[in-house]
Design a protein around this ligand. Structure first.
Ligand SMILES: C[S@@+](CC[C@H](N)C(=O)[O-])C[C@H]1O[C@@H](n2cnc3c(N)ncnc32)[C@H](O)[C@@H]1O
Length: 267
């Protein structure tokens, strides 16, 4: 097995990406700092606008050659910089969807001079027309009541009725709260439900998912749970420890340093 597979390196993504061979990755799942000044225990989210956009372009140009010809990319953004970053990516890839993640933020007051922002903007981009996309793996099953309501004869036997409907581009999934079992101590941890949907749809079984900004390691955990391989990077050593702990719960001993020593293969 390649010495970079199924590992999260505690280092700058730009340094780590240089070690990944070109054309080796099925799916890039990127959740970079949003440019909103969040505290990740480092200054990574505190760049001025021009510097932030320049940095985004740098890692995008370092990451895209790693994709296979039929590979895909999902990128988490907010309304603040999604216009600029989408234009950047559209010059390099084909945009397939803008997905709105409704974080189901409870209604308690909120902004007073504008509308309260309660969603993430996710871009879904592909390299080529024959991109991998497994719709059946992510269909949404109907509950019994809805299924019954669609019982008119013209619907009988319809695949979407039997297997579930095709997911739409608005995903309403609660952000993680303390009471959620999967919650780790990271300010922008993504729910496994969201990441696993992306992995199942856009990375074939056994394929490789690259996450340049692992945070609490959600992508690595999702990849392992879905029978895919992973590689990624994270700057903050405390988050790296968190990732190692989350992966250990999945039975994976991941090597967590900037020294590319092979880790034992996942079970
Ligand atoms: C939005 S968070 C990712 C959250 C992650 N998706 C999760 O579910 O936990 C972005 C992460 O990128 C890390 N980061 C920022 N700049 C980085 C860089 N140059 N290389 C590697 N990681 C970086 C931050 O420390 C932060 O943990």
């Amino acid at each position: 097995m390649a010495d970079w597979l199924n590992q999260v390196f505690c280092e700058d993504a730009l340094a780590g990406l240089a070690r990944i061979p070109d054309g080796a990755i099925d799916l890039i799942l990127a959740d970079p700092p949003y440019g909103l000044g969040k505290d990740y225990g480092n200054d990574s989210d505190k760049l001025a606008t021009a510097d932030y956009l320049q940095w985004m372009e740098r890692w995008i140009d370092a990451a895209l050659p790693k994709l296979k010809a039929n590979g895909s990319l999902y990128i988490f953004l907010t309304w603040r910089y999604s216009p600029e970053v989408f234009v950047m990516l559209k010059q390099r890839m084909t945009m397939v969807n803008e997905i709105v993640w409704d974080r189901r933020v409870p209604s308690m007051g909120g902004s007073v001079r504008k509308y309260s922002s309660v969603h993430d903007t996710i871009g879904f981009f592909v390299m080529a027309r024959d991109y991998h996309f497994d719709l059946d793996a992510i269909r949404v099953p109907y509950d019994a009541v809805t299924k019954k309501a669609r019982s008119r004869s013209i619907f009988v036997g319809a695949k979407w009725l039997e297997l579930g409907y095709n997911p739409k581009d608005v995903w309403s999934v609660s952000r993680l709260h303390r009471e959620h079992r999967e919650r780790a101590d990271h300010p922008t941890q993504k729910p496994l439900e969201i990441i696993e949907r992306m992995v199942k749809a856009s990375c074939p079984p056994g394929g490789v998912v690259l996450d340049p900004f692992m945070g609490s390691g959600t992508t690595a955990v999702a990849a392992k749970r879905c029978g895919r391989q992973f590689v990624g990077f994270e700057l903050n050593p405390d988050y790296c420890a968190m990732i190692a702990q989350r992966l250990a719960q999945q039975g994976v001993v991941a090597h967590m340093s900037d020294d590319p020593v092979p880790a034992p293969a996942p079970a």
